[in-house]
Design a protein around this ligand. Structure first.
Ligand SMILES: NC(=O)c1ccc[n+]([C@@H]2O[C@H](COP(=O)([O-])OP(=O)(O)OC[C@H]3O[C@@H](n4cnc5c(N)ncnc54)[C@H](O)[C@@H]3O)[C@@H](O)[C@H]2O)c1
Length: 316
């Protein structure tokens, strides 16, 4: 069945892949994005595009006109360091913007929301690994707080207004179309630098670990989340740690980059070791990651080489 779907943040890395897949699957797609970090080239040509903030009062006009069945919510301020420097800005985008969106969803009869939350930034330094959905919440940065706060509002809107929902807690997502000049996305940043012959910097000693899932696998989870009748919170992940030093060495092999990394002081707000258990989503929605890490890095490197001017370097 063809659905009318709003993808917020659909000019960004993950949202644009979700929008593209929805169109391929025959759905009607609209994108709302204010280009805070997004790129107009990422928005599929078949999507109806609205350049606006999710916090904008005019968002309700889009809902009145389009009559969406489902909202897939990816628009966010995703920079951990920016959230530490300016928590109010982070909360304005992520919390107040999402509330404006939820009120439009409530007022215009949208049946379901799929929300891109984070597993990497809300559990804090884990008490056990891999983190499952019951792990205590203890964010180390305002970004983790703002992303988690929206989960509460969504669950509340389910109780108050019967809004159906699936919350996906992502680990580190990487892949083609990620911005190599962004502050997040260590793989994209390293690949972008290595193929230009620039030595990347590792903050800390590089032993910190993360769980990395390729963007196409994350898109698949969004499709399952959109279709299911089940509701709840689901972690995505491999339940497997990969260190920043591992990434560097695998990328040296793939790109042929010869230099060792530059090491610099570690940054505030970052977790040392985390990886997530996908057992719940595996059991309930039948999702599991498929693209192995080295294969995903190869696909991403090829894309960066083929699309050198996709993103432009910001003026510093
Ligand atoms: N990339 C990851 O590893 C990761 C991990 C966990 C969770 N997430 C979540 O996934 C979502 C997408 O992340 P991404 O990596 O694609 O980031 P991204 O920065 O590429 O995409 C975010 C998009 O939201 C847009 N945006 C920002 N503020 C907006 C606003 N006020 N109104 C409308 N649009 C706005 C940006 O322009 C951008 O296009 C985010 O919600 C993020 O919190 C990402």
């Amino acid at each position: 069945m063809s659905l009318k779907v709003l993808v917020t943040g659909g000019a960004g890395f993950i949202g644009s892949r979700v929008a593209t897949r929805l169109i391929k699957d025959g759905h009607q797609v609209a994108v709302v994005d204010n280009f805070a970090t997004g790129n107009s080239k990422n928005v599929p040509a078949e999507a109806t595009f609205y350049q606006m903030s999710i916090g904008d009062a005019a968002l309700k006009d889009v809902f009145a006109k389009e009559k969406f069945d489902v909202v897939i919510h990816h628009a966010a301020q995703i920079d951990v360091r920016k959230s530490v420097e300016n928590p109010a800005y982070d909360a304005t985008v992520n919390v107040l913007g999402s509330l404006n969106l939820l009120n439009c969803i409530r007022d215009y009869g949208v049946k379901k929301i799929v929300y891109a939350s984070t597993g990497g930034a809300i559990y804090g330094e884990p008490q056990y690994l891999p983190c499952d959905e019951s792990h205590p919440i203890k964010p180390l940065c305002p970004y983790g707080i703002s992303k988690h706060t929206v989960e509460h509002y969504i669950e509340l809107y389910n109780m108050l207004y019967n809004l159906n929902y699936v919350i996906l807690r992502y680990p580190n997502v990487y892949g083609h179309f990620q911005n190599p000049y962004g502050e997040a996305g260590v793989n994209a940043i390293f690949i972008g630098m290595m193929i230009q012959g620039i030595t990347p910097t590792i903050f800390g000693d590089g032993s910190q670990t993360r769980d990395f899932v390729f963007v196409d696998d994350v898109v698949e989870a969004n499709m399952l989340a959109m279709k299911t009748d089940k509701m709840g919170i689901f972690n995505l992940g491999w339940a497997k740690p990969i260190s920043v030093n591992d990434i560097y060495h695998i990328l040296q092999k793939i790109t042929g980059f010869p230099n060792p990394p530059i090491y610099a002081e570690e940054r505030a707000g970052e977790v040392n070791h985390i990886y997530l258990s996908p057992e719940k989503i595996k059991k309930e929605l039948g999702w599991e990651p498929k693209v192995d890490f080295e294969e995903g890095l190869r696909i991403t490197t090829q894309w960066f080489k083929a699309s050198p001017n996709w993103y432009t370097k910001p003026q510093s």
